[in-house]
Design a protein around this ligand. Structure first.
Ligand code: FAD
Length: 479
């Protein structure tokens, strides 16, 4: 099947699945009032691939059918640049507010399928073959994937990885004629209500004896025993004027329970092979996926900078402190743009011929963005002040008695019409202050581990030789 349209994507979501939202088991994720806005938005992403086909689609290497470029296994610097352009298009659709549009997992699995050498190590050749075969299914079916790679937090003192016998974390409990049975829980599956399948793959390394927890697989969302407990919805009612962002970009996050779920053998990629499990997250995974995450971040920061400029213009706030704060957002945006470009320019080839961006610039960004994004929101709110609440609703704007008064008393500076001013401040609040904004801030802090963890692990992603050489000059100087 070629790249799906939005209509085909929505049809696929209507199958059976156990998704809970705000105390209710949802029977239809497409029409549910708390989910329909995001479902329609994601359908528009699928349609965008066709509208921008020259950038977003490419022929499948074997069938020739058009598939999204995000499924490409990059084999050269040029491939990476082509993928970057397609990722940018999708990021611009939600201004980077949806972190887990399906391109995130498409890129992840393309990166995995490009490393059969690694997935097939330590006797896991059959698992690697199944993974490569699954990636073909994924790209040809244009399947929407969610994923969950983090063990549930019960007692932080016991560390990130489950020790043998842990009864909370996801593990294998049986083999069957068709595959394996898994039991336990994982956090968090962003995009869960809008996915066709769920992926589980390695993250934190496992200790000796924890082989049952060494798993990688994909499973359809409707598999019996699979339960998704969504967080409280931050989706606002439909209405592009009142809630331009939160009416459509709540991608949801779900706690996942595997209540004895059978995983078909052809979708099991690691089954107890701890050596492979511990190796996969340490090499090409991070620089591969961070091309997507940082293009998204760059888009979001440019949008935030644009918002700040418009807001300042609306009230003619040109004082030095306001300009300094807007400049601060611009600097974050510019550092991010430059790091993405540097990572592409310093791209590298891995043993099996996979190309990824360079890891160090993107890892440095990943460590700092959890600090920058909350600050961006703070700046927008500081400049916005009370103005973010002097924002009549669409209904108030439509009232024939109120409208002339709104037009008279709520214009912007230098002749800006009231409607434009109100739209700007509504957009700012939805971006930086609404329930969606609060969720998004939490996302940016944690979606690929916290800032302290990323900073602490920086040596795994970078080359310290120049830093050592510079210091050595003094340490090795004669007396
Ligand atoms: C909105 C959202 C969406 C998510 N979506 C997904 C998803 O789709 N799939 C998925 O698998 N996971 C997802 N996650 C989970 C995410 O991967 C985890 O939240 C992330 O790994 C952080 O988990 P943690 O509690 O172990 O964080 P930690 O890194 O332990 O951070 C928790 C706190 O501890 C502090 N801390 C940590 N280490 C140190 C240290 N060494 N020194 C000092 N302080 C420290 C941090 O500053 C932080 O305040 C999502 C999370 C969120 C919030």
């Amino acid at each position: 099947m070629p790249a799906r349209t939005g209509k085909e994507f929505l049809k696929g979501l209507r199958g059976a699945r156990e998704v809970w939202v705000d105390g209710e088991r949802v029977s239809d994720v497409v029409d549910h009032p708390k989910l329909s806005g995001a479902a329609q938005a994601l359908a528009e992403v699928f349609d965008l691939h066709h509208k921008q086909a020259d950038v977003c689609l490419m022929p499948d290497p074997e069938t020739g059918e058009p598939i999204p470029v995000s499924h490409m296994i990059p084999r050269s610097r040029e491939d990476l640049a082509k993928r970057g352009k397609a990722l940018r298009q999708v990021a611009e659709y939600s201004m980077g507010l949806m972190g887990r549009t399906p391109d995130y997992m498409n890129v992840t699995f393309a990166g995995f399928a490009g490393r059969p050498d690694e997935w097939g190590m330590n006797g896991n050749e059959a698992g690697a073959e199944r993974l490569v075969a699954y990636q073909k299914v994924l790209r040809r079916g244009d399947i929407s994937l969610t994923h969950t790679i983090v063990q549930p937090t019960v007692d932080k003192a016991t560390g990130d990885a489950p020790s043998p016998g842990n009864a909370h974390a996801l593990r294998k409990v049986a083999d069957t004629g068709h595959g394996i049975v898994v039991r336990g829980a994982r956090v968090l599956a962003t995009l869960a209500p809008f996915a066709d399948e769920l992926a589980v793959y390695p993250a934190s390394p496992l200790p000796e004896g924890a082989d049952d927890y060494a798993l990688a697989f994909c499973v359809p969302m409707g598999a019996p025993g699979l339960k998704f407990l969504c967080r409280d919805s931050v989706s606002a009612p439909a209405g592009r004027f009142d809630h331009p962002l939160s009416s459509r970009f709540d991608e949801q996050d779900a706690f996942v329970i595997f209540d004895d779920v059978e995983i078909p053998r052809d979708r099991v990629f690691i089954d107890g092979n701890r050596a492979v499990y511990n190796k996969v997250p340490t090499t090409s995974w991070s620089p591969n996926i961070q091309q997507q995450t940082m293009i998204r971040a760059s888009t979001k920061l440019d949008f935030a900078w644009g918002l700040a400029l418009r807001m300042a213009a609306a009230i003619n706030a040109a004082d030095p402190e306001t300009m300094r704060m807007i400049g601060e957002i611009w600097a974050y945006a510019e550092f991010t743009r430059a790091a993405v470009a540097t990572a592409e320019a310093e791209a590298r080839e891995w043993p099996s011929g996979l190309w990824t961006s360079a890891g160090a610039p993107l890892h440095a960004l990943r460590a700092m963005l959890p600090l920058w994004f909350p600050r961006v929101n703070e700046i927008l709110r500081l400049i916005g002040s009370h103005n973010v609440f002097a924002t009549p609703t669409a209904q108030q704007m439509a009232d024939k008695d109120l409208r002339p008064l709104i037009d008279r008393y709520l214009p912007g500076a230098k002749g800006m019409a009231a409607e434009e001013r109100i739209r700007i401040f509504r957009l700012v609040w939805d971006f930086a202050g609404s329930a969606l904004a609060s969720r998004n801030e939490q996302y940016e802090r944690f979606y690929l581990a916290s800032s302290p963890r990323n900073l602490a692990r920086h040596l795994a992603f970078t080359d310290r030789s120049r830093a050592d050489r510079l210091v050595d000059r003094f340490l090795k100087e004669p007396y």
